[in-house]
Design a protein around this ligand. Structure first.
Ligand SMILES: Cc1ncc(COP(=O)(O)O)c(C=O)c1O
Length: 390
């Protein structure tokens, strides 16, 4: 019996090693891994450049306190600010910590300008911002908050797409709107460009902040470095994690200098956040993602993958309802519950993972190749056929 608590519904499968898009079991069985730690291993398993970077840093220094200057973190922060809307960065260790910090930064900004009562955050009901007490309350999901009372005050919710309610919720206590640019756990629901632009305008008009959670959809996953770049908008605060570490736990919050003013010495901190080992890996991830044509290739493969998936959908309209997503954050929405479908894909050596609304999430590494996508397409087609013939 496992000594681990039962908070996960684990599949009876474990791996001995991984390389690129593939995972291998102890008995030598090979799986095409289109989960990649849920959009974490942006460069696949045991990427040579990342292995080199972590080995090199591990021989120099692993960890020093943020009480000292950490050059590897200075470098990563500078590279992120040079490429994005952000002027300042705070490093964390995970997505939930990053969204928590984003909430703190928004509240602290208004406090610092003499408006401490402006502290409420508006979020989409049943969205996903992580599993800490504040993050589950931000998500507003009954399933996630049940049994974890008392409710944390300070969050207001509207249903996805209900702009009337959103406008009504904004009052003189509102500090920010916080949404995922693409709802990941919620079923790969892409917020349309016009809507992101509308939200930006609304926030400007109401003098509140726009927080875009890019923990899952950021760092190249959508085909642009950030998903909101598709809409050409600039948020005020952006929590990131997952892809920036390529498998090493890193979280971060990006912000403008305006909001960063509130984060004076002592207002926030983290023992591990931004340590030299993590920062070296983060820099190595950026070396690859910032390479010329890296994102062009993500977009090319995404286009191919989505066109082909739509062909399969056309052939099996009673099984597949919709193909969703951007870049290599792809959702196959099924007509029926997706668990059996995911199990059958796994029986055929393709790993995928569920999301809400009967969606099968397909998350290849960003450096996947066409041959590997073709293997996945063949398996997906085969499973559709098996389920149709049943
Ligand atoms: C959009 C979003 N925000 C926050 C989180 C929480 O990240 P973590 O699990 O690293 O705490 C996730 C994780 O899936 C996420 O998808």
């Amino acid at each position: 019996m496992s000594a681990l608590a039962n908070n996960y519904n684990r599949k009876k499968l474990s791996f001995k090693k991984g390389k690129g898009s593939f995972l291998y079991t102890k008995s030598g069985k090979k799986y095409l891994d289109f989960v990649q730690g849920i959009a974490v291993n942006s460069l696949g398993h045991t990427n040579t450049h990342l292995v080199k970077a972590i080995n090199k840093q591990s021989k120099k220094v692993w960890h020093v306190s943020n009480a000292f200057i950490i050059p590897e973190g200075e470098k990563l922060a500078k590279r992120l600010t040079q490429k994005t809307f952000a002027d300042k960065i705070i490093f964390q260790n995970s997505g939930a910590e990053a969204t928590e910090a984003a909430i703190k930064i928004a509240r602290r900004y208004f406090y610092s300008i003499g408006k401490p009562k402006k502290n409420r955050i508006i979020c989409i009901k049943n969205s996903f911002h992580g599993r800490t007490i504040a993050a589950i309350n931000a998500s507003g999901s009954k399933k996630m908050t049940e049994g974890f009372g008392p409710k944390v005050n300070g969050f207001d919710h509207f249903e996805f797409g209900d702009h009337k309610r959103l406008k009504k919720l904004i009052n003189n206590k509102t500090a920010a709107i916080m949404i995922e640019t693409i709802l990941g756990e919620g079923g790969i629901k892409v917020i349309p460009n016009w809507c992101l632009r509308y939200l930006r305008k609304l926030c400007n008009r109401k003098k509140i902040l726009l927080i875009l959670d890019e923990v899952q959809c950021g760092i190249g996953r959508s085909g642009k470095f950030f998903a909101f770049e598709h809409a050409n908008v600039k948020p005020d605060i952006v929590p990131i994690a997952k892809g920036i570490g390529g498998g090493f736990p890193i979280g971060a919050v990006l912000m403008t200098k305006k909001v960063a003013k509130g984060m004076t010495a002592g207002t926030h901190g983290s023992t591990f956040g931004g340590n030299p080992l993590a920062m070296s890996v983060g820099n190595a991830v950026l070396d690859q993602i910032f390479r010329k044509n890296f994102l062009t290739n993500v977009n090319k493969l995404s286009k191919y993958f989505i066109i082909e998936l739509n062909q399969i959908k056309k052939k099996f309209p009673k099984i597949i309802k919709e193909i969703r997503g951007l870049g290599l954050l792809i959702g196959i929405q099924l007509i029926k519950d997706q668990n059996k479908f995911i199990q059958k894909l796994m029986d055929n050596n393709l790993l995928t993972i569920r999301a809400a609304e009967n969606v099968v999430r397909v998350l290849p590494p960003l450096n996947v190749n066409k041959k590997e996508i073709d293997i996945a397409l063949k398996i997906i087609k085969k499973v559709c056929k098996e389920l149709k013939d049943k």
